[in-house]
Design a protein around this ligand. Structure first.
Ligand SMILES: Nc1nc2c(ncn2[C@@H]2O[C@H](COP(=O)(O)OP(=O)(O)OP(=O)(O)O)[C@@H](O)[C@H]2O)c(=O)[nH]1
Ligand SMILES: C[S@@+](CC[C@H](N)C(=O)[O-])C[C@H]1O[C@@H](n2cnc3c(N)ncnc32)[C@H](O)[C@@H]1O
Ligand code: SF4
Ligand code: SF4
Length: 349
């Protein structure tokens, strides 16, 4: 089949198929990230402004609609599905969606159903998540110091996140810690985060800050290249590259002294777009084909136009035919403007 750009979605074009989706650069799309809400109970300084205008409730797709959209992607070969946000666990009745999506794990349509969370509500939901078949989650935690945690999240409660991580682990869910590496904030704490994560049987992934959305603070001064972090860690630890992959963008090393895994997500210092396998759906039914570009496709219209999924399948094909090669992120020290206007919370990272 020819998946050349622009060959889908035209009125008289080929009938849509449920064949796996492959983009114009030959990359198969097997990973869907779904931002179920743009709202959050934190205001991390690198992600959001303190005063945010969130979407009115009427603009949100219902959970049934989100389920239908996810199922349409699964029918087209998506094998890994991650709920994110905003904070996914603050969306009302989110476990209804989780329980419904879990049928695809039982039915063999999905290899993994998971989420990325700030951990604030995990103590409440960990047991139910495990019952739904969630085996692994990512929890964002940038510091182990409660005072600094309050500073970076503006509204977060460190003790609640720790309780949440404990509850998840007790429920049998593997936890990976995500930390954004931030100059003059946690750069001296990375080794401690590593010892904490590995000491508790958790992987740690470090992330370079990406220039997305106005936050009321200048992100440029916080940018810390992970190449520098790695060099510094190598003065204390022995790091060996390993081929371990999760389907996400991190590249992993094993740390000899701890026996744990450390991941690096390096959109700025080492672009990983050539192996991209993912797209992002928002809570309004907009599909972003790349985290770092503005182009998007409206799947809501196709979803609501008919109860049959034919139009939806065609709209997905058309969108994927527009997936770009990669992002154009740069840390713009001259203009100090974000490269992409929307906030990370719109697409959930
Ligand atoms: N530039 C870029 N960043 C990404 C992409 N996917 C994830 N990230 C960033 O990586 C960070 C961690 O993402 P997670 O939600 O933990 O997802 P993941 O890395 O796929 O998770 P694993 O399944 O554990 O590998 C977030 O800050 C995301 O913004 C991507 O396609 N491009
Ligand atoms: C947008 S949050 C959504 C899920 C959840 N609220 C959380 O914090 O895990 C997903 C991930 O994006 C990361 N993130 C947010 N803004 C970022 C930025 N500007 N650059 C890099 N990562 C960012 C967060 O640290 C988090 O790990
Ligand atoms: S990073 Fe996650 S927890 Fe922090 S403000 Fe953004 S969406 Fe909320
Ligand atoms: S920046 Fe875009 S192309 Fe690159 S890995 Fe992320 S989503 Fe894929």
């Amino acid at each position: 089949m020819n998946y050349s750009p622009g060959s889908f979605g035209k009125a008289a074009g080929p009938a849509p198929t449920n064949a796996p989706i492959v983009d114009p650069f030959g990359r198969s799309i097997s990973y869907l990230r779904v931002s179920v809400t743009d709202r959050c109970d934190f205001r991390c300084t690198y992600c959001m402004a303190e005063n945010m205008n969130f979407l009115p409730k009427k603009d949100l797709l219902t959970l049934e609609e989100l389920d239908r959209l996810c199922s349409a992607f699964i029918a087209k070969g998506v094998r890994k599905l991650r709920l994110t946000g905003g904070e996914p666990l603050v969306r009302k009745n989110i476990m209804f969606l989780m329980r419904n999506l879990a049928r695809h794990l039982d039915g063999g349509g999905l290899d993994e159903l998971t989420l990325t969370t700030n951990g604030s509500q995990l103590a409440r939901f960990a047991g139910e998540l495990a019952d739904c078949g969630v085996r692994r989650i990512n929890v964002s935690l940038d510091t182990l110091d409660p005072r600094k945690f309050a500073e970076i999240t503006r509204w977060g409660d460190f003790a609640k996140v720790m309780e949440g991580i404990d509850a998840a682990r007790k429920a049998g869910i593997r936890v990976k810690i995500n930390a954004v590496a931030l100059k003059d904030f946690n750069e001296d704490e990375i080794a401690d985060l590593l010892r904490y994560a590995h000491g508790n049987g958790m992987d740690l992934t470090l992330i370079e800050t990406m220039p997305m959305g106005e936050t009321g603070e200048d992100r440029t001064d916080r940018y810390l290249p992970l190449s520098t972090v790695r060099q510094r860690l190598e003065t204390q630890f022995t790091l060996s590259d390993i081929p371990y992959r999760t389907g996400g963008p991190a590249r992993y090393v094993e740390v000899k002294e701890t026996g744990g895994r450390l991941g690096f997500i390096t959109p700025l210092t080492h672009n990983f777009c050539e192996s991209c396998n993912r797209v992002r759906l928002t809570c309004t039914g907009t599909l972003y084909m790349c985290l770092g570009q503005e182009d998007a496709a409206d799947l809501r219209a196709a979803l609501r136009a008919s109860d049959d999924d034919t139009l939806l399948a065609a709209a997905i094909d058309e969108a994927i035919s527009r997936k770009p090669k990669g992002h154009d992120f740069v840390i713009d020290r001259d203009h100090r403007r974000p490269a992409v206007a929307r906030h990370m919370s719109v697409t959930g990272g």
